[in-house]
Design a protein around this ligand. Structure first.
Ligand SMILES: Cc1cc2nc3c(=O)[nH]c(=O)nc-3n(C[C@H](O)[C@H](O)[C@H](O)COP(=O)(O)OP(=O)(O)OC[C@H]3O[C@@H](n4cnc5c(N)ncnc54)[C@H](O)[C@@H]3O)c2cc1C
Length: 499
């Protein structure tokens, strides 16, 4: 079943679908298409020597199966003190759709092994009266919704100590604290999942070419795209080759913006990207790791971007358990972790200059926060961990560099340049090319994002695919049905993590 991924096949000169980049997004789109249209020829082109080495690598992201069970940024407080849970419900439903798809692939025997996903309770932990009060109100609102009815709340230190002892040991006894816990949270190794999804396509006949960088995209008169490829192994036979494709997906992560710009589609005009780098602390000390089994999210500092919320996580990668803390945000002008330093500069165009400048001026607090993070001494950074885990010792922890996030900057009429923290699909009007910009909530919601690409770019076929999609993902069945309305679908999706 576990056939090796292959780069042995000769480069096909013409494919139906070209997937640029071997991350979770291309892998998911290719898996969907290889089930829906098994006769289509798929080519996957990855610039590095393996797939899932950028953001989808397990140590480049936090591995949280984002279902809004613990992340405070999905439940903002309104001015009247009520808590808006609409975004949390949406993210949770999107994650359940991902789980339904993975469950289908496993049940149908198309994918093997649930080692990429582990049940790991999701907790939120806050300190201080005001935050305790907010967390209680958030829980009271969320638990009314069927997707969150199992969420537990406590402001009893003894209960928190049972849930996650590292949070309470050594903590000042007078400090007000509270926590919520969702026992059914997950930790996901998106790198392992990406490899499984790509293996599935390769077994069905897709061509995977690693060490192949797409350097140019040109629309041909007959409507197809011509991709220029650079073989990074400098193989004389394949150097300077081109491939034509009926449909192109730019799943190049941080590299998507420059490629969409190179394609020259008008839909990319006005878009820019702001790269944010990150670091995590990690420990594999078995005594420390054994003390904690949860993903515990806290509250972001003032000015911090939403994805910089600190969290102390259990991680399982290649069968080994670790604890990870972070992320610490930073700045690097690169668009890819293993990319060029000139990424940001070379993406500047006359059409996105004002968006970039406008967004920069409007987000001075973010700039100030990033400068503070970059300049922070190691002890200051370590103190952030000790706020979560008072007994943390520097000798147990090592620093690792996380993936690059390229946040979307765009021009919005009436607002000017705006910096966004979500993801956005950019597609040409004729549906022949699409790409994904942005990073959050990211890998967890890849299936919904790629279903969006299919609906937009294959409008003439999508209705025909609907019945099959609904069989794979029952929550997609019927007008207006949602996961929350369908308890049976919910139970099915939970089986993926429980296997
Ligand atoms: C610090 C951090 C923490 C995160 N935490 C989480 C989390 O907890 N949960 C979650 O769900 N999401 C998380 N995310 C987001 C998630 O990791 C990303 O949304 C997701 O991995 C993006 O997948 P992708 O396929 O778009 O990009 P990537 O995984 O980056 O893949 C893009 C691929 O394209 C290749 N490529 C680029 N340019 C070219 C080219 N010209 N030619 C050929 N190949 C090219 C790259 O080498 C790379 O392999 C996090 C991200 C970061 C950075």
């Amino acid at each position: 079943m576990n056939l090796p991924r292959t780069t042995e096949k000769p480069l096909a000169t013409d494919v139906d679908v070209a997937l640029i980049g071997g991350g979770i997004m291309s892998a998911t789109l290719g898996a969907l298409l290889s089930v829906l249209e098994p006769s289509w020829r798929i080519g996957i082109y990855e610039r590095l020597d393996e797939v899932a080495q950028e953001s989808s690598s397990p140590w480049n992201n936090a591995g949280t199966g984002h279902a809004a069970l613990c992340e405070l940024n999905y439940t903002p407080e309104r001015k009247d003190g009520s808590v808006d849970i609409s975004k949390a419900v949406k993210i949770n439903e999107q994650f359940q759709t991902s789980r339904e798809f993975w469950n289908h692939l496993l049940t149908a025997g198309l994918m093997e092994g649930t080692d990429f996903i582990n049940v790991t309770p999701h907790m939120t932990f806050v300190r201080g009266e005001k935050n305790v009060d907010y967390l209680r109100r958030r829980w009271e609102t969320l638990r009314e919704h069927p997707l969150f009815e199992d969420l537990e709340f406590t402001d009893d230190r003894a209960v928190i100590a049972e849930w996650a002892p590292l949070l309470t040991t050594g903590r000042d006894a007078d400090e007000p604290v509270a926590a919520t816990r969702a026992a059914a949270g997950t930790d996901v190794d998106f790198g392992a999942l990406t490899r499984k999804l790509i293996d599935l396509q390769v077994r069905q006949g897709a061509d995977l070419h690693t060490n192949h960088e797409v350097t140019g995209l040109k629309k041909l008169r007959d409507g197809r795209w011509r991709l220029s490829l650079r073989d990074r192994t400098w193989n004389a036979e394949t150097r300077g080759r081109t491939v034509t494709a009926r449909f192109v997906f730019v799943g190049a992560g941080g590299g998507a913006l420059p490629l969409l710009q190179a394609a020259g589609i008008k839909e990319i005009r006005g878009y820019g990207g702001f790269p944010i780098s990150g670091e995590f602390l990690r420990t594999s000390n078995p005594d420390v790791v054994a003390e904690h089994n949860a993903k515990v999210y806290g509250k972001a500092e003032v000015g911090a971007p939403p994805m910089s919320v600190p969290h102390l996580d259990t991680r399982v990668v290649d069968g080994q358990s670790y604890l990870m803390f972070g992320p610490y945000a930073g700045f690097s002008p690169k668009y890819l972790k293993k990319g060029k330093y000139l990424g940001l500069i070379t993406s500047l165009r006359a059409h996105n200059l004002f968006s970039m400048l406008g967004a920069g001026l409007k987000n001075l607090d973010l700039t100030q926060y990033l400068v503070g993070q970059v300049a922070a001494a190691p002890e200051t950074k370590f103190y952030e961990l000790q706020k979560f885990m008072p007994t943390a010792k520097p000798g147990d922890w090592e620093k690792i560099t996380a993936g690059q996030r390229v946040q979307v900057i765009k021009w919005v009429k009436g607002k000017g340049g705006v910096l966004e923290f979500g993801t956005e699909v950019i597609a040409a009007q004729d549906g022949s090319i699409a790409g994904l910009l942005g990073a959050s909530p990211g890998a967890s919601t890849a299936v919904s994002a790629m279903l969006g690409v299919l609906e937009r770019c294959f409008a003439d076929r999508y209705d025909g695919w609907r019945p099959q999609l609904a069989t794979m993902m029952p929550s997609l069945a019927g007008e207006g049905s949602s996961i929350a309305d369908d308890a049976a679908a919910l139970a099915r999706t939970e089986r993926v993590a429980a296997r």
